[in-house]
Ligand binder design. Structure first.
Ligand code: FES
Length: 106
């Protein structure tokens, strides 16, 4: 099994950026960096997370992600079950930076 690689992911149009490990879903890597990508089921069926790859390559972690052949041709991915194979630029208009939680808040 190849060792995981770390890739830079840019989220447009906000200009957000996070590092993502190959083999880990983009949603999970974004969350680790404090960036929220819209999700619901997180298993590749509901399509709430559907977005487009503007540049770079991603691969799905499951065999049958809920995308049509046309959507795949257009570069759409489901980031809850997709992982990077190179540096990526993805278009996710509803992505946002998670509010920072104060350790003093109770
Ligand atoms: S969150 Fe449901 S397909 Fe990604």
């Amino acid at each position: 099994m190849p060792s995981p690689s770390l890739f830079s992911v840019h989220v447009e149009p906000q200009g957000l950026r996070f590092d993502a490990l190959s083999g880990v879903s983009l949603v999970e890597s974004a969350r680790e960096a404090g960036i929220v990508l819209p999700t619901s089921c997180r298993n590749g069926t509901c399509r709430a997370c559907l977005c487009r790859v503007l540049s770079g390559r991603a691969n799905h972690l499951i065999e049958w992600p809920g995308l049509s052949a046309e959507e795949k041709r257009e570069g759409c991915i489901l980031p809850c079950v997709a992982t990077p194979e190179s540096a990526l630029r993805i278009e996710v208009p509803k992505a946002f930076l998670a509010p920072i939680q104060s350790p003093l808040a109770t």
